[in-house]
Design a protein around this ligand. Structure first.
Ligand code: SF4
Length: 258
C-alpha cells in the first residue's frame, strides 16, 4: 500500500487562495477522499487512524472534539497513535463547567499536547449577540458565530480533520462514510460504524472516565442553554435544542465537496 508524501498530498491546497471553498481545493479534496476510500476500504477505528495520521496527513490533520459524553473514546484512539495531533475544542462561552473540567482531565490523562480551545470573534459577539441571548432569538446564528465561524478559521491550516460522528446517531449521520470530502477538506469519521455497545466497551477496555453529567441523565452534552436531560427511552440527542427545529449546530452541514 503506497501513500502520497505529505507535500504532494497538499499540492491541491497549495495552489488555493486559502479559502476552504475555492474550486482547486474542493477538487483536490474530492480526489484525495476517493483515493483514500479505495485504498483503505474495510478499515475503521484505530486501524484507519494509523495510516491516515502517520503516512497520509502527518502534521496536516486535526481532531475536533466536543469533550462530550462519547468523546473520550476517539480522543484516546488518536492519542494512542499520536498525542501531538491538534485537538480543536470550540469554546463557545456557553459550556457547562463540567465539560471544561472534563476537557482538562482528559487532556492530562491522555497526554494530549496540543488542545486548542478556540472561541468566537469578540467583535462579532458584540455586534450580533451583545446580551448573550442570541441562542434564544436565533440559535442558528448563535451556532454560526460561536461554532461554525471559529471552526472554519481554526481548520484553515489543515488538509484533513477527524470527527467522532456515528451512523447510529441518526438524522443526517445515517449514511456517514469513513472518509468524506467536505468543502475542500478531507473529513475522517473513524467511528462511523460504532454502536453504543461498542463505545461502552471501549470506555471499559481503556478505563476512561465518563463525562460527569452523564450520570445525571445528560446522554448528549452541548452548550448549557441548549442541552436538557435526555428523556427516558429517547434518542440520546433528544435533549439537544429541545422544542426547536434544530438537530445540528452547523459544523457538519457546511457545503460539501461531494
Ligand atoms: S448550541 Fe446553543 S448556545 Fe451553543 S452556540 Fe449553538 S445556539 Fe449558541
Amino acid at each position: 500500500m503506497t501513500s502520497l508524501p505529505a507535500r504532494e498530498a497538499t499540492a491541491g491546497a497549495a495552489v488555493s487562495d486559502g479559502s476552504l471553498y475555492d474550486l482547486d481545493r474542493i477538487l483536490w479534496a474530492d480526489g484525495r477522499a476517493a483515493d483514500l476510500r479505495a485504498r483503505y476500504h474495510g478499515l475503521a477505528g484505530q486501524a484507519l487512524l494509523e495510516p491516515l495520521l502517520k503516512w497520509e496527513f502527518p502534521g496536516h490533520v486535526a481532531q475536533v472534539s466536543s469533550f462530550g459524553t462519547e468523546a473520550a473514546v476517539l480522543l484516546a484512539l488518536v492519542a494512542e497513535v499520536d498525542p501531538s495531533v491538534p485537538v480543536i475544542f470550540l469554546e463557545t462561552g456557553k459550556h457547562f463547567g463540567e465539560t471544561l473540567r472534563y476537557r482538562d482531565k482528559l487532556t492530562k490523562l491522555l497526554g494530549l499536547t496540543d488542545v486548542r480551545s478556540v472561541g468566537p470573534d469578540p467583535k462579532a459577539l458584540a455586534a450580533k449577540d451583545p446580551d448573550g441571548m442570541l441562542f434564544q432569538r436565533g440559535p442558528d446564528s448563535c451556532c454560526f458565530i460561536r461554532k461554525v465561524a471559529p471552526l472554519h478559521a481554526a481548520l484553515k491550516p489543515f488538509d484533513a480533520w477527524i470527527t467522532g460522528r456515528k451512523r447510529h446517531q441518526g438524522g443526517m449521520r445515517i449514511d456517514l462514510r469513513y472518509i468524506e470530502s467536505v468543502a475542500g477538506q478531507v473529513k475522517i469519521n473513524p467511528l462511523a460504524d460504532h454502536t453504543p455497545d461498542d463505545i461502552k466497551a471501549e470506555f471499559e477496555r481503556r478505563a476512561l472516565p465518563r463525562h460527569p453529567l452523564e450520570a445525571e441523565g445528560f446522554l448528549s452534552v452541548g452548550c448549557m442553554p441548549c442541552t436538557d436531560r435526555t428523556p427516558d427511552g429517547a434518542d440520546p440527542r433528544a435533549g439537544r435544542w429541545t422544542g426547536k427545529d434544530k438537530t445540528e449546530c452547523g459544523i457538519h452541514t457546511a457545503p460539501a465537496g461531494t
